[in-house]
Design a protein around this ligand. Structure first.
Ligand SMILES: [Zn+2]
Ligand SMILES: [Zn+2]
Length: 648
């Protein structure tokens, strides 16, 4: 008998050569119908692969990433079959699954694939799929494999690098491909497929090699899923923060300043400042103290912290000075600076915890191909803080940080999130620094704090950093995309490297525990995600302009100014549009800026001392006539719905 461990920790015994699909059926027939892929001891296997040893088995459905990968990769086989049919003589190379769909890199030789062919390819893929062909993995010898692909230099190169005895082909229908596995049981479940685009791609990503054609596709088990996916893509395009950032005049990039170095325009800078003030206010209540540290530090500082080893070679290189041997680095992390702030004087356990916060700008060199709007940049500001505490205080500090993170999410309209708890790999405890006792304390502190706060959690073993366990907030945005926002990490490493101490109640010196935390993560990335989540319609408290006053003609300019003054007295951010334009044009422009309230003033309003409100996204030229006081009350009430006071 062999012992199969399932993800819930249960162990079942089976006769050797049982297949993953048979294990699934032993759990339930209904479950087995949804199983489309599996992994055994961390390696992807077919659902038909006989299992011969003890091990851990994970069974995947479409709802798992592992299931989607197998689904998409399997579709790439069917697409390759169709491409070979339609363009005889082409050379197939590699066809992996990617995060959204799959691609196949093809040498089309004398053929050319165009948009006009897509529909025909898609139809044929679905036709073949409906025939329910099984995917069958078959071992072949190296010489046999080389013989089959003797006219394909790419596959020949791949096979040459493989070891004899490990090579497999995958057969389905009349088609065979070199493949190591990871397929769905049969083609029948592929119900929708679309070719997304074609692009050039060098063989093996090396521009010295021949350029191939990369055909991108995606597939789904239901037509409805494809329709929804395409709608989501369209909506994502409309919400792209790079597009909206330009339209809303929030930020820009300049090739003269340099790639990946964002320039914050007045409206964007004001928005960012409001976010900073918002967090500073809450942090003050939570007992944080603001500190400020320089943008550079001596190379030695980062050698001590270990960041030089991590970022040194692949990032910005040291800055030299006229003094020989003197080297500074652009700071890649704020933590070493904060450790040195802690080290300025001795501490007693009675002084702890110390909580140092800083909106600290850090610099890391990202490859230009990796740069993307505000989400991947070369200089960014972390809403960083470091808490230095005793091991016994960890529990409470963790709970406090979670409270703060939840407050931030709530105020900004992120309601859908899970917390990932990253713990040690239980089997390889020696690759982590710090004592077993401290690790257990920290891991329990995180688990307890998350449970205490009622967080929806997933536990990831082996995902902890070598220096401590952590908790990451995975947030789903309005389009259902998942982002990692907000991280809380326990660290036993830096306090040791920087020889941080405090005097305990036993009069002995002890090493404090350090917590790194950043609810936003980075201001740049957070604002990018916020723009896409809200489509630029930020919560009212955060909007660059909460209202715009549109006068029907120049005659009402004085009254418009009076309205503006009154609003400013109530700290409502407003502007006057007194351009010599039609009211229709002014409304369209304010709509573009997503200004929440358009306040229309004309003869009637001036006479009655009122304004006509038109809400962003509404029809008409102002459909509610109110006094300034009434308007202020409307704004205050709406702000109060999202922006609550932080309490500890
Ligand atoms: Zn395959
Ligand atoms: Zn840190």
């Amino acid at each position: 008998m062999i012992k199969i461990t399932l993800p819930d920790g249960s162990v079942k015994e089976f006769a050797p050569n049982i297949t993953p699909m048979e294990v699934a059926k032993s759990i339930s027939e209904g479950f087995a119908r949804n199983v489309i892929s599996a992994s055994f001891n961390g390696t992807i296997v077919e659902t038909t692969t006989p299992l011969t040893t003890d091990g851990s088995l994970i069974l995947y459905t479409w709802n798992d990433e592992g299931g989607k990968k197998a689904f998409w990769h399997s579709t790439s086989h069917v697409m390759a079959q169709v491409l070979e049919e339609m363009y005889p003589g082409i050379k197939l190379t590699l066809g992996p699954a990617i995060s959204n769909g799959f691609y196949y890199d093809v040498d089309f030789e004398d053929h050319k694939i165009t948009d006009a062919d897509f529909k025909k390819i898609e139809d044929r893929v679905l036709e073949i799929s409906r025939e329910k062909h099984e995917f069958k993995l078959r071992p072949v010898s190296k010489s046999e494999a080389l013989e089959v692909y003797k006219d394909n230099v790419y596959k020949t190169e791949l096979i040459t690098n493989l070891e004899d005895g490990t090579i497999t082909f995958c057969d389905h229908s009349t088609f065979t491909d070199l493949c190591r596995g990871g397929h769905i049981p049969n083609t029948g479940i592929i119900k929708a497929m679309k070719i997304m685009s074609v692009a050039g791609a060098y063989w093996r990503g090396d521009e010295k090699n021949k350029q191939l054609t990369r055909v991108y596709g995606i597939s789904f088990p239901k037509q409805k899923d494809l329709t929804e996916y395409l709608e989501l893509l369209e909506e994502a395009k409309r919400r792209d923060h790079r597009k909206l950032g330009k339209e809303l005049e929030l930020f820009a990039f300049s090739t003269k300043v340099g790639q990946g170095l964002p320039l914050w325009l007045p409206k964007g800078a004001a928005l960012r400042d409001r976010l900073e003030q918002f967090l500073k206010k809450a942090q003050k209540k939570a007992g944080y103290e603001q500190v400020v540290t320089p943008h550079i530090g001596q190379k030695e500082l980062y050698v001590t912290s270990g960041h030089y080893a991590k970022y040194g070679a692949d990032s910005f290189q040291p800055i030299n000075t006229p003094a020989e041997g003197e080297e500074f680095l652009l700071k890649p992390m704020n933590c070493p600076h904060h450790c040195e702030i802690y080290n300025v004087r001795p501490w007693s356990y009675k002084d702890l915890p110390k909580r140092y916060a800083e909106f600290g700008t850090v610099y890391r060199y990202e490859q230009s191909g990796e740069l993307h709007g505000l989400t991947r940049v070369r200089g960014f500001t972390q809403d960083d803080a470091h808490i230095f505490c005793t091991p016994d205080q960890l529990d409470q500090e963790f709970k406090n940080v979670i409270d703060l993170v939840l407050y931030v999410f709530g105020s900004l309209g992120f309601e859908n999130f899970t917390a990932q708890i990253s713990l040690r790999d239980q089997e390889n405890r020696d690759k982590y620094i710090g004592s077993d006792e401290n690790w257990e304390k920290a891991e329990n502190a995180i688990i307890n704090a998350a449970a205490d706060k009622g967080l929806k959690t997933v536990v990831a073993y082996g995902e902890a950093a070598f220096y401590g366990p952590k908790l990451d907030f995975m947030v789903k945005d309005a389009l259902g995309r998942q982002w990692q926002l907000g991280t809380i990490q326990v660290d036993y490493n830096l306090p040791e490297r920087f020889e941080l101490t405090y005097k305990g109640s036993d009069d002995q010196l002890h090493t404090p525990v350090m917590i790194h935390r950043a609810p936003f993560g980075s201001m740049e990335r957070f604002i990018a995600i916020l723009i896409e989540h809200t489509a630029g319609k930020f919560p009212l408290w955060l909007m660059p302009e909460q209202a715009i006053i549109l006068s029907l003609s120049e005659k009402y300019e004085i009254y418009a100014k009076k309205v503006l003054n009154l609003l400013e007295n109530h700290e409502i951010r407003a502007l006057i549009d007194n351009r010599n334009e039609t009211i229709g044009k002014k409304i369209r422009d304010a709509e573009m800026q997503k200004t929440p309230f358009m306040l229309i003033v004309g003869e009637e309003e001036e006479k009655n001392g009122t304004i006509s409100i038109r809400r962003q996204g509404q029809e008409g030229n102002g459909n509610m006539s109110v006094t300034i006081e009434e308007f202020v009350a409307i704004v205050t009430e709406e702000i109060g719905k999202t922006l609550k006071t932080f309490t500890v």
